[in-house]
Design a binder for this molecule. Structure first.
Ligand code: SF4
Length: 479
């Protein structure tokens, strides 16, 4: 799952950011603007800071100001994650969902496949760059070439290869979808808060919309929050996306199109490079497990999006204990949206819960035990709501619950993230917690030796929360 309604938002007294958003209705409206750099330097989501050892998962990803392009091919050693064989996933949904081997076979050569991925990994559609009629939007042809690895800068994809590339998308999405940009997805709206949190709304080929959010951190790096479904069937009572119901799953390509566009915007707007990806946007990842797992593999494959698996986090509300086992096999950090450990209260917050918290915890334990001892970092996430689950008694229950996990999983390092709920407005049943209650909650857990952070407010305007932009554009879908 994710944090549809609150993930990026809200706030502790004193850290609350104020300001207005800047919304750019058609994406093209932003083209003529200068990058909007904020003087605010908000804190990173705590787990970003915790995970961050000073390096960058996409150490090779270049911004316009980066001097070295060839360094883009260097990959950070993935110490804390399961090894993933590049060939262990199969294709679905066009070139963006294919391994380099699969694409090489389809295009008739590894060099061609690598050129395609050179482009995707900086948010450029090769169909645009090498097409007969070049349409690059605000992208500048020479700048793009300079972003590509030097050894392939002079190489081009010919008409025959472009035709094959087009057919790969048509086979998956129908005649009209011929490429990623303007095909699999079209950027239809972009908004930016004062802290530079940038929300993208993508229109899919069937007209549905999905959102993704770039969250810069102290001007150094950014986290990308992506969606796995349009809507969500889990119906968490505090979540805007849950009120939409599930409209459909996203294909692997549609999930990765969010990364593609985020890389484009990050590059063009000179936002800090994207070092982390979190599946905390719209949708419950375990309800679309095959496509999410494949997307994590493509995100973390050397020739593709090149991220470290320790920088890709999949957050699930855990509809079943098996959800953890599936994601334990994927190259990602596991995160569990716990919210409450008392079964009755949990059921009120996550009404689709069918298993006891003990059973779900056992699923997490089994999933973590299936990993190497040095790959057992996990997150426990709790959205705190005033007078509902933010009191000392709840902190005590959570501490006891977490201690069992620690006792049973050698090497586990649970990071508890407290997320003060943000009132999403007219549809909200809940209120944001008092700052003193949040701090007391944190202190109790810390007194038990647990690693706890309060997630800071990001995106300081009314549409900054995950789930809120899409839902605000179709109010008739909200009950
Ligand atoms: S309803 Fe779905 S998207 Fe919203 S919090 Fe629950 S699992 Fe996440």
């Amino acid at each position: 799952m994710k944090f549809a309604t609150y993930a990026l938002l809200s706030v502790l007294a004193g850290s609350e950011l104020s300001g207005t958003s800047r919304a750019f209705a058609p994406w093209t409206a932003l083209a003529s603007t200068k990058p909007l750099h904020s003087t605010l330097a908000p804190e990173a989501p705590s787990w970003v800071a915790d995970e961050d050892n000073g390096g960058n998962s996409r150490a090779n990803h270049q911004t316009r100001t980066s001097p070295s392009v060839s360094s883009r091919l260097k990959i950070e050693v993935q110490r804390d994650v399961p090894n993933v064989d590049d060939e262990s996933f199969s294709s679905s949904g066009g070139a963006l969902a294919m391994s380099i081997e699969e694409l090489s076979e389809k295009l008739g050569g590894r060099g061609r496949a690598q050129i395609v991925w050179d482009c995707y990994s900086i948010g450029v559609d090769p169909a645009n760059l090498f097409g007969r009629v070049i349409k690059l939007g605000w992208d500048d042809y020479e700048t793009i070439l300079n972003e590509l690895p030097s050894q392939r800068r002079s190489q081009r994809l010919g008409p025959e290869t472009l035709e094959k590339l087009k057919e790969l998308y048509q086979q998956s999405f129908g005649e009209k979808v011929k490429k990623v940009e303007g095909g699999v997805a079209t950027l239809s709206h972009i908004s930016r808060a004062k802290d530079d949190t940038t929300k993208l709304l993508l229109k899919l080929s069937d007209g549905l919309e999905v959102e993704t959010v770039i969250i810069p951190w102290k001007g150094k790096r950014s986290t990308l929050c992506i969606s796995s479904q349009v809507g969500c069937r889990q119906g968490c009572t505090f979540c805007a996306t849950g009120k939409m119901g599930k409209l459909r799953d996203l294909s692997t390509s549609e999930i990765l199109a969010q990364m593609f566009y985020a890389l484009k915007i990050q590059r063009l707007e000179e936002l800090p490079e994207i070092s982390n990806v979190v599946f905390m946007g719209m949708g419950e990842p375990s309800d679309n497990v095959e496509n999410v797992v494949r997307a994590t593999k493509i995100l973390t494959t050397r020739e593709l999006f090149q991220m470290s698996a320790s920088k890709v986090t999949v957050s699930t509300v855990a509809p079943t204990p098996e959800a953890f086992k599936e994601f334990a096999k994927a190259p990602c950090v596991l995160a569990w949206s716990v919210h409450a450990v008392n079964d009755d209260l949990r059921k009120k917050l996550v009404p689709t819960t069918k298993y006891s918290m003990e059973e779900l915890r056992q699923g997490l334990i089994d999933g973590l035990l299936s990993r190497p001892i040095n790959a057992r970092t996990c997150m426990l996430e709790v959205a705190l709501m005033r007078g509902v689950n933010d009191q000392l008694e709840h902190a005590k229950e959570l501490a006891e619950f977490t201690q069992v996990l620690i006792d049973r999983v050698p090497g586990v390092k649970p990071h508890i993230n407290l997320i003060p709920y943000n009132d999403i407005g007219q549809h909200s049943l809940y209120e944001k917690p008092l700052a003193e209650d949040v701090v007391a909650f944190q202190k109790h857990l810390q007194s038990k030796g647990m690693y706890v952070h309060i997630r800071s407010t990001r995106g300081d305007d009314k549409i900054a929360a995950c789930g809120q932009l899409a839902t605000s554009k179709r109010p008739n879908m909200i009950s």
